[in-house]
Ligand binder design. Structure first.
Ligand SMILES: Cc1cc2nc3c(=O)[nH]c(=O)nc-3n(C[C@H](O)[C@H](O)[C@H](O)COP(=O)(O)O)c2cc1C
Length: 193
């Protein structure tokens, strides 16, 4: 389904119900120091505002992630290597209500943070259009689109957007321009944003 035209699910009007779901971390982060709002959270808010989507943060239950960058990297590596599926708190919105879901997270070790796989596997995303975005420090989209399609084979996955984390934090106007360009491409695929 990647790269194909993406008709909206049957029965969905020209204005789909859309949601931006994201995971993001505060604390010490690569290249930006201590941050009180995560890079992905900033990007997610921009996308939600530009698309008229609702916003939903995924937060880990019993969050014991370190606030310092290096220990956080070590903790995330352990999760990756053990294929962990950290639990997340009940979402503030009913995911089943939405036709189109933008899904964003920081790249962690070249992959989605493991809690996002918990989300992909636990929620019923069948038939929905999923649109991935990453924030990163140089690795780009890191195959978020293909990994998402693999985890959610009954969903349709649209072209993703990679956002540099330090731009989200320090140059949001760049992110705004990138998001505008991306939304134009999605519109050409039949997604009316
Ligand atoms: C555990 C961990 C692993 C990371 N791995 C990568 C990586 O593989 N490639 C990359 O470009 N950036 C990597 N980064 C940097 C983050 O993707 C980047 O700073 C991101 O914008 C952070 O988003 P957030 O503030 O929403 O958490 C990593 C950061 C952390 C904490």
């Amino acid at each position: 389904m990647l790269g194909c035209a993406l008709a909206l699910p049957q029965g969905v009007a020209a204005a789909p119900r859309s949601l931006v779901v994201y995971f993001s971390k505060t604390g010490e982060q690569y290249g930006v120091g201590m941050i009180s709002k995560g890079n992905t959270a900033i990007a997610a808010e921009i996308i939600a505002r530009k698309t008229g989507s609702d916003l939903c943060e995924i937060t880990v239950e019993n969050d014991a992630y370190p606030r310092r960058y290096k220990p956080l990297c070590d903790a995330a590596k352990k999760e990756l290597n053990s294929h962990a599926r950290p639990a997340y708190r009940k979402t503030a919105v009913d995911i089943s209500m939405y036709d189109v879901i933008f899904i964003g997270a920081p790249v962690w070790w070249g992959d989605w943070p493991m809690v996002m796989y918990t989300f992909f596997e636990k929620e019923n995303l069948e038939g929905k259009v999923l649109i991935p975005f990453s924030t990163h420090a140089g690795s780009g989209l890191s195959g978020f689109d293909k990994k998402l399609a693999g985890a959610c084979p009954k969903s349709r996955v649209a072209a993703g957007l990679a956002i540099t984390g330090s731009d989200a934090q320090n140059k949001p106007e760049r992110v705004e321009a990138d998001v505008d360009g991306w939304l134009k491409k999605l519109a050409a695929q039949g997604l009316p944003f």
